[in-house]
Design a binder for this molecule. Structure first.
Ligand SMILES: [Zn+2]
Length: 221
């Protein structure tokens, strides 16, 4: 059976590399050509939690690739509706880079939610597609209703670390009567950790015991 992301994809997506613009012969053409994919630098098996500035509430952090120009192209492309579904493939791929069974104690996968207004405007959440790929590779179900983003936050890109933390305070609320014991939060990239830490703290305040985080990328300082 062909993977879900392959169906009809070449009709919609011209087969060239988004990074170096080389024509790609393989089908489907998953954002990057073979050469650009081979330049992605895998993080390996390390828990990156000590490298994250804001880590309250978070027990473990894993990322697939060091932040570089090629993965930056991938993450940027996933923010466009037509390409977000490639997050499924990269979500599956990132699991292959990590130790077997590293998330076996996780009960549910939670993609970092967008504010409802933003989700409505965009029509999709790029982290949700990554989460679907992680779910396919691990067998852990995705829970999209556990968390809601209740605060419309400004873009974090121009904020310093302290401003990022303040920006994300009280940004999420937890819903549901029965909470999982161990949650795996999935996002595209983790920088200071202010977003996932805010989310992890509210989960723990509501009784979740353990919070792991998985992102496609993390910038190595
Ligand atoms: Zn390329």
């Amino acid at each position: 059976m062909r993977p879900i992301w392959e169906a009809g994809i070449n009709l919609l997506f011209p087969p060239f590399c988004f990074h170096c613009h080389t024509w790609i012969d393989e089908k489907p053409a998953p954002i990057l050509c073979h050469d650009c994919r081979s330049r992605l630098v895998a993080y390996g098996h390390a828990d990156l939690r000590p490298e994250i500035l804001h880590r309250d509430g978070i027990d473990r952090v894993y990322s697939g690739w060091e932040y570089g120009p090629e993965i930056q192209t991938v993450i940027h492309s996933l923010k466009y509706e037509d390409y977000a579904k490639f997050g499924f493939m990269y979500g599956q791929e990132v699991i292959r880079l990590l130790p077997d069974g590293v998330f076996s104690s996780c009960d549910q996968i939670v993609p970092v939610p967008l504010h409802p207004t933003k989700q409505r405007d965009r029509g999709y959440n790029q982290s949700d597609w990554i989460a679907r790929g992680v779910s396919e590779a691990t067998g852990i179900p995705v829970n999209r209703s556990l968390l809601r983003r209740t605060k419309f936050t400004r873009s974090q890109t121009t904020l310093n670390a302290a401003e990022r933390k303040r920006n994300m305070e009280n940004a999420f609320t937890v819903h549901g009567k029965t909470l999982p014991e161990h949650v795996l939060i999935v996002d595209d990239v983790i920088t200071t950790g202010s977003t996932v830490s805010s989310l992890a703290c509210v989960l723990k305040q509501n009784g979740v015991r353990s919070v792991s985080v998985l992102t496609l990328s993390h910038p190595r300082d």
